[in-house]
Design a protein around this ligand. Structure first.
Ligand code: SAH
Ligand code: SF4
Length: 395
């Protein structure tokens, strides 16, 4: 079915469908969710109803600061106005967590229902770290069971990019998430864990299902909402791309106060190997990606992250580490490398290297002056780890 028709162009080398940054099926139609509209759009909805602009501000606060789930919870708006919104078909329409899978390591994977009329769900992951422990001051206040956390955010249902090692790729491309769905999955998770924005340490990584730079406008509109309305810092956000050059070039134009940090999925030591495991490399080879990344004006102390999936025998050999070190050095970019031992998926033809192999690879990079880290796999048992977001209901 759809899966094959999506997979085939990339396999045959025809990647023209990836040139359009906002491919098919952008925003779901048929419903009228308020969540996802920015402050200007909300004010103009209010103006349409003959209401003053400050009503728009109240609506914005309710959606993005108070995290209301129903129109009736917006008590700052008069009852009659809420009624008129409902009659006109408006709803809060924030994505809802429909199912939760919990890992032994505390990671949670959520099946999220979006605001589209289709039945498609997508996935979001919560990765808590550390232990809040006792409050220590004898107060009654209940400490959170984590001291910081990372939310892994999806940007599309499925993915068209077809990396050979990634389970999400097996879904093929199904549809883009709207800005409200991208930002809304974050708010749903913040709400579930009682996160206090501005106080708790929560990082966002746009590394869930999909390729954010093939849904560029919705992705950046979501970032804007999360920064300007929800109050999260873009310095605590990282977007990862498989190397969509026109997307990176647009990203380089974003203002520093809105731009998340950038991670590039390098995943191979050379164009030759990368072209095998990531067919997208045949369209945009490593040098083209690096040239685009150079256009990004980094903030003080900011570094580009290169992600590197260690595939047993394919990308994890000592000579590969030497090549990666050289490649990264040649870019001249302030960079670090995140090594990810491959997370297994059914029917994928790879093996996971031993922890010692990952450690040797890291040490080989470090010895050549490249800061490198081995990423701890999170939630593998519930298929929540990198590249495993596909299984949806069965865990
Ligand atoms: N589409 C974007 C972001 C989502 S994938 C991208 O590819 O960058 C997030 C990261 O997971 C990428 O670096 C990707 O290379 C990595 N990844 C994919 N499948 C994986 C797997 N099975 N095991 C480990 N990492 C994987
Ligand atoms: Fe898509 Fe990223 Fe998976 Fe590649 S690794 S198929 S770009 S989600």
């Amino acid at each position: 079915m759809g899966k094959c028709s999506i997979l085939s162009p990339a396999v045959t080398g025809n990647l023209n469908h990836l040139m359009k940054l906002d491919a098919v099926g952008a925003t779901p139609v048929g419903r009228k969710p308020l969540f996802g509209l920015d402050a200007v759009a909300l004010a103009s909805r209010m103006a349409d109803l003959g209401e003053p602009l400050w009503r728009g501000r109240q609506l914005t606060e309710a959606l993005y600061r108070q995290w209301v789930a129903e129109l009736d919870q917006i008590t700052t708006l008069p009852l009659a106005l809420r009624g008129r919104l409902r009659i006109e078909g408006w709803e809060v329409g924030r994505p809802a967590i429909e199912q939760v899978f919990r890992s032994v390591d505390g990671t949670e994977r959520y099946l999220v229902r979006g605001s589209g009329t289709d039945a498609r769900t997508f996935e979001t992951v919560w990765m808590p770290e550390g232990d809040g422990g006792e409050t220590g001051d004898g107060s009654e206040e209940e400490a959170k069971p984590w001291s910081r956390a990372t939310i892994c955010v999806s940007s599309q249902v499925g993915c068209a990019v077809n990396c050979q090692f990634c389970l999400t790729a097996r879904l093929g491309f199904q549809r883009n998430l709207s800005a409200g769905e991208i930002a809304g999955q974050v708010v749903a998770v913040l709400d579930r864990h009682g996160v206090e924005v501005g106080r708790d340490r929560v990082n966002l990584v746009f590394m869930g299902m999909g390729e954010p730079f093939l849904n560029y406008d919705n992705f950046m509109a979501a970032v804007r909402l999360l920064v300007e309305e929800v109050g999260l810092s873009p310095l605590r956000m990282t977007v990862s791309t498989s190397g969509i050059v026109p997307g990176i070039e647009r990203f380089a134009q974003e203002p520093p106060e809105l731009r998340p940090k950038l991670a590039i999925s390098l995943n191979a030591p050379s164009d030759e190997v990368r072209g095998e495991v990531m067919p997208i490399n045949r369209k945009w080879p490593i040098a083209a990606v690096v040239d685009a990344v150079r256009q990004v004006k980094l903030r003080p102390r900011e570094r580009i992250t290169f992600e590197y999936v260690l595939l047993g025998g394919v990308t994890d050999r000592p000579e590969h580490a030497a090549e990666v070190a050289q490649l990264v050095q040649r870019t001249g970019l302030p960079a670090k490398v995140n090594l990810i031992a491959w997370n297994p998926g059914p029917e994928l033809p790879y093996t996971t290297p031993k922890p010692e192999t990952a450690e040797q690879f890291r040490a080989a990079l470090a010895a050549r002056g490249i800061p490198a880290y081995v990423r701890k796999p999170r939630g593998r048992d519930i298929y929540a780890a990198c590249g495993q977001l596909k299984r949806t209901v069965e865990a």
